[in-house]
Design a protein around this ligand. Structure first.
Ligand code: FMN
Length: 439
């Protein structure tokens, strides 16, 4: 079989505006190229001119236009996929995932407006297909295309936003390869491939909104929607700087847990993540003791006894003492898992004076904090809640004694871990202006 496809760029001097008849502009461009449409032809049309004739303009918020476009893209998006200084990738209400929500600023009438993607690119494609049919009697396919960047690969390509009268996907699953093996995953995104091929015969500045594609095999007509991957099969939904940022900022302290066991594999993954925390002198000063039930009871009893002694020596009312212990117990006694985190000071440098000795110890302890944060964030990413409770830090000798640890082990508190019984509300970030200073 010899397959041959022909691509003809159809340039036009027409400057598109709201209300223009797209079919007329297209048929004029076809005639100017000395051609006539035939049954089976596919016309690729740039979404830009579709948006212009459909008047898909939107006022930009006030301020710097570039910044305003980003804000508008965020406002109109259903999901922010990645928000970095270099690029904002969002999911549009249509389901397209693209930079700046496909919001366009070039060739728009005025600085205070932006051009959005067509409202319903499949409907736009179908309107043009039907208008061509009425005017010429020809059965053609139409693909509304736009330029999208791609993760993992440099350079942009055209993709099919709207499709009418031509296939979107070619499903080869269930067929066989040359060796007779059954194809299990092959579904060719042919509308995207046609859209990308159309860009071979034009550049952005060539004034070529239409490309005629002749010689494509036919098949059942599809739509642009057929090309949208359902969220459930999107293995890459979680990824990129925005997700890392979200993982950190969405972690909340959880103090009540469901009575479900915690997967030990997840705890190990979280401890592995903890051990990537920064630490002084390339040390690995963190330790985590997973408390088994008998040890947990003994440790909590011993810590409560020490706490009672401390609070009584402070002159605290006995009823208040018991209330405070009960509040702490409410989190720790029934938590599905208890991890006792420590920092060991073996690798800390010795200094002859107190100032530097304390600084060195503080730095090791800070590394423990970083490790615990890693641990909590990774547990949260696996749907587990944590409460970091100070307890052990106030009775280090008792803890070391019950667990049989060396004096260089510094307890960092206790971490209760479990499946959350509820989710606290999302937290408003603090105003960094008050916290990030310049001197
Ligand atoms: C070093 C440290 C000790 C903490 N000790 C306790 C504690 O003893 N009891 C408690 O309920 N929460 C404790 N917390 C949790 C804080 O109360 C909690 O982080 C804070 O309320 C903010 O809530 P968030 O973690 O949801 O952002 C501790 C947190 C840290 C970092």
């Amino acid at each position: 079989m010899t397959a041959r496809v022909e691509l003809v760029g159809l340039a036009t001097a027409h400057r598109f505006a709201a209300g223009d008849d797209l079919a007329t502009a297209l048929l004029d461009a076809v005639a100017s190229a000395g051609l006539e449409l035939r049954d089976g032809d596919v016309v690729c049309v740039a979404s830009k001119v579709v948006s212009l004739v459909e008047d898909a303009l939107h006022p930009l918020p006030a301020g710097d236009p570039k910044d305003a476009r980003r804000r508008l893209a965020r406002d109109l998006a259903v999901r922010v996929v990645a928000d970095t200084p270099g690029v904002l990738v969002v999911e549009t209400p249509h389901g397209f995932v693209c930079a700046n929500g496909g919001i366009d600023a070039s060739n728009v009438p005025g600085d205070d407006v932006a051009l959005l993607l067509p409202d319903d690119p499949d409907a736009s494609a179908d309107r043009l297909r039907r208008a061509i049919g009425e005017r010429t009697g020809r059965r053609v396919g139409v693909i509304v295309t736009d330029t999208f960047g791609r993760p993992w690969r440099l350079g942009q390509t055209e993709v099919a936003l709207g499709v009418a009268g031509t296939p979107a996907l070619r499903d080869e699953r269930g067929g066989t390869d040359l060796q007779g093996r059954t194809l299990e995953v092959t579904v060719a995104a042919i509308a995207d491939e046609v859209a990308a091929a159309a860009d071979l015969v034009r550049t952005k500045a060539s004034g070529t909104p239409f490309v005629l594609v002749r010689g494509l095999p036919g098949g059942a007509a599809g739509t642009g929607r057929d090309l949208l991957r359902p969220a459930a099969s999107d293995a890459f939904r979680a990824g990129g700087p925005t997700v890392a940022e979200h993982a950190v900022t969405s972690r909340r302290t959880i103090r009540r847990f469901l009575p479900e066991p915690v997967d030990h594999g997840v705890i190990e993954a979280a401890v592995r993540a903890a051990t990537t925390a920064p630490a002084p002198h390339h040390a690995r000063p963190w330790r985590f003791v997973r408390l088994t039930p008998p040890t947990r009871g003994r440790l909590l009893d011993a810590m409560a006894a020490q706490w009672r002694t401390d609070l009584a020596a402070d002159g605290t009312d006995p009823a208040v003492i018991e209330r405070r212990i009960a509040r702490s117990d409410a989190v720790l006694r029934d938590a599905p898992e208890l991890l006792a985190p420590f920092v060991v000071l073996d690798a800390a440098h010795d200094y002859p004076d107190t100032r530097r000795t304390i600084a060195e110890r503080d730095l090791f302890m800070l590394s423990g904090g970083a490790a615990l944060q890693n641990l909590q964030v990774v547990l949260a990413a696996h749907g587990l809640g944590t409460a970091w409770i100070s307890s052990t830090a106030f009775c280090a000798p008792t803890v070391r004694d019950v667990l049989g640890l060396e004096p260089t082990w510094q307890p960092l508190g206790m971490l209760a871990v479990g499946h959350p019984a509820g989710q606290p509300p999302a937290r408003e970030p603090a105003d960094v202006a008050d916290l990030l200073l310049e001197r």
